[in-house]
Ligand binder design. Structure first.
Ligand SMILES: CC(C)=CCC/C(C)=C/CC/C(C)=C/COP(=O)(O)OP(=O)(O)O
Length: 274
């Protein structure tokens, strides 16, 4: 927890200017000025060093090494990469997948094939999660200066496909955990039920983006598809707005559950906040 807190804090220290430009993150302690970057950096350094030392002394060097390397991967590789290339999402998914491996290393003093089930599930889940987030908050990410796959994908078709593909990869993991003797049959059943639910959600996202769940005409979809292949980011943004204005999802789908993976962030204007 201490090393994760340190990594998260460093991420927010490095991203402070970008986070200040995004509605989703602008009210966090650093961009809103409630905590200074120097204060945060000092906290991150001390808690990170203390956490790694504790792991090395009270658990084992494997756990301490995993924690320290994950901190470096998160704060010094993933964080700058967010502004350079959309591959950042795949790197970030590795970062988020390491904590259960770390827990395993603490308990067993080793990592084995068995220990990879939960990290693998988290890796695939995060890709689906961040694809949905990058699609829903696309303009916010553009404003923040980050690079996401959804930027050059105004119709959302590629983003939705990546989301669906990673949900499909999650489907057999519960069964695999049971086959490897890690869990009970009930766990396997419940995990399969949950991942099937996620996959159905991702499938509806996919169908929505290819136009099957909207009143959008095939003609618009084809025009946008061709436009995507040759457009720059600004015209991609205009096309995305045009696309959203043209294609309305079914009322229930939009109003009851805009997307099944996560609640859509609620933006409170600065005036309303005061
Ligand atoms: C031991 C150790 C170091 C564990 C780290 C665990 C951890 C904090 C994982 C988070 C992974 C991740 C990609 C977060 C998103 O960051 P983001 O910068 O994209 O999120 P944001 O846009 O909301 O700031």
């Amino acid at each position: 927890m201490m090393v994760a807190a340190s990594a998260n804090t460093l991420n927010q220290v490095f991203d402070v200017k970008n986070d200040a430009k995004m509605k989703r993150t602008m009210r966090r302690p650093l961009p809103s000025g409630r905590i200074s970057p120097v204060h945060a950096a000092m906290w991150a350094t001390s808690v990170g060093a203390a956490g790694t030392t504790l792991l090395a002394c009270k658990a084992n060097y494997l756990a301490a090494g995993l924690a320290a390397s994950n901190l470096i991967l998160y704060a010094f590789v993933y964080t700058p990469l967010k502004q350079i290339h959309h591959v950042n999402t795949w790197v970030g998914a590795v970062v988020g997948a390491i904590p259960p491996l770390l827990g395993w290393a603490v308990a067993a003093s080793e990592v084995s094939l068995n220990s990879m089930i939960l990290p693998t599930a988290l890796y695939f889940w995060q890709l689906s999660h961040f694809m949905a987030l990058a699609y829903l908050c696309c303009d916010d990410y553009v404003a923040g200066g980050y690079r996401m796959l959804s930027f050059a994908d105004p119709s959302g078709k590629i983003t939705a496909w990546v989301s669906l593909r990673n949900c499909l990869y999650m489907l057999p993991l519960g069964l695999l955990a049971y086959k490897w003797g890690l869990t009970s049959g009930w766990f396997s059943f419940e995990a399969s039920l949950l991942t099937t639910g996620l996959t159905i959600g991702a499938l509806s996202f996919d169908l929505y983006c290819i136009g099957c769940l909207t009143n959008e005409t095939t003609e618009i979809a084809v025009v946008l598809c061709v436009a995507e292949l040759r457009d720059d980011e600004e015209s991609a943004r205009q096309k995305r707005e045009h696309y959203r204005a043209q294609s309305r999802p079914p009322v229930d789908y939009a109003s009851v559950a805009q997307f099944p993976f996560l609640p859509v962030p609620v933006y409170i204007s600065a005036q309303a906040h005061e």
